[in-house]
Design a protein around this ligand. Structure first.
Ligand code: GLN
Length: 278
């Protein structure tokens, strides 16, 4: 059967902006159904088998419920690599790529690095691949997220060491063993839910996203606290943060005794990272 590209786009347009519908249509036609880009751009019809037609309808109905295309495809790109993603992990964000790029410029290539709340493993695995002499450890509280991260570790031939830990309750012995701790913990406050898109709210894991309104820094405070024991003197913390809490995060870190603590902006000009030194 012959299916037109405009049919796919018209099915998505009631749910997405023009731009998003066009982008999703290109991914469906070229990446999933295998249409050649040249044929796509001249608007040639696709010849689909009945199985492919079925697949197309399934994809469209999933997208009409705002399921992220990355979960439908089963992967997302981060730092030039392809990571498996499932609804048990957050889809890696471009801001987090910026955090990793910054670390690659700043940390020693032989660092011992700990990533807290690793999710898909995108931060830890990228650091391990780009800094082959670094020793990278990653924690997560979710068994399912750890499975996904471990699969990525194998698929990408990285050598991250994964440990299941709940950072909020874990009590490490106070032996300093890391030069760097990085974390992109949950930081969206409950009251910010109302401003979020359905593709995030209905599909991404709440466990990885939300913190209570009355304690937005809970993960940062806890990490800073155990960081005092886990980091060597002069060791660094790299946080991705909620843009609304830069000043509070810096104040908390100074209060906890970190010698340096400062905010860096992301490419959109928002306060997005806090870096501190023990
Ligand atoms: N940046 C993500 C979002 O806006 C949140 C990531 C997080 O909570 N760590 O959806």
């Amino acid at each position: 059967m012959s299916t037109t590209i405009s049919y796919v786009r018209s099915r998505l347009q009631p749910f997405y902006s023009r731009q998003e519908a066009a982008n999703l249509t290109r991914i469906i036609c070229c990446e999933i159904l295998g249409q050649r880009s040249v044929d796509y751009y001249v608007g040639k019809d696709m010849i689909l088998s009945s199985n492919e037609e079925q697949e197309l309808e399934t994809i469209i109905s999933r997208l009409c419920k705002f399921e992220p295309i990355q979960y439908i495809q089963g992967f997302a790109r981060f730092g030039g690599r392809t990571f498996k993603v499932t609804p048990d992990v957050l889809i890696p964000r471009p801001e987090t790529e910026e955090l990793v790029e910054r670390m690659l410029k700043e940390v020693s290539p032989t660092s011992r690095i700990l990533d807290i709340g690793t999710g898909s493993g995108c931060i830890a695995i990228t650091l391990s691949k780009e800094l082959p002499e670094a020793e990278v450890t990653a924690w997560d509280v979710s068994d399912k997220a750890m499975l996904c991260a471990q699969e990525n570790n194998v698929l990408l031939d990285a050598k991250v060491c994964f440990e299941k830990r709940d950072v909020l309750t874990y009590q490490p012995d106070a032996q300093a063993r890391y030069d760097v701790i990085v974390s992109n913990p949950p930081y969206v406050t409950d009251s910010e839910r109302k401003d979020m898109e359905r593709n995030v709210l209905d599909w991404e894991p709440s466990l990885a996203l939300f913190v209570p309104d009355d304690d937005p820094l809970r993960f940062y405070r806890r990490i800073a606290d155990i960081g005092q024991g886990l980091l060597v003197s002069g060791g660094a913390l790299y946080f991705e943060i909620n843009r609304a809490f830069g000043a509070e995060t810096v104040a908390m870190l100074r209060h906890q005794g970190y010698s340096e603590a400062y905010i860096e902006k992301d490419i959109s000009g928002n306060d997005r990272f806090v870096i501190a030194r023990k």
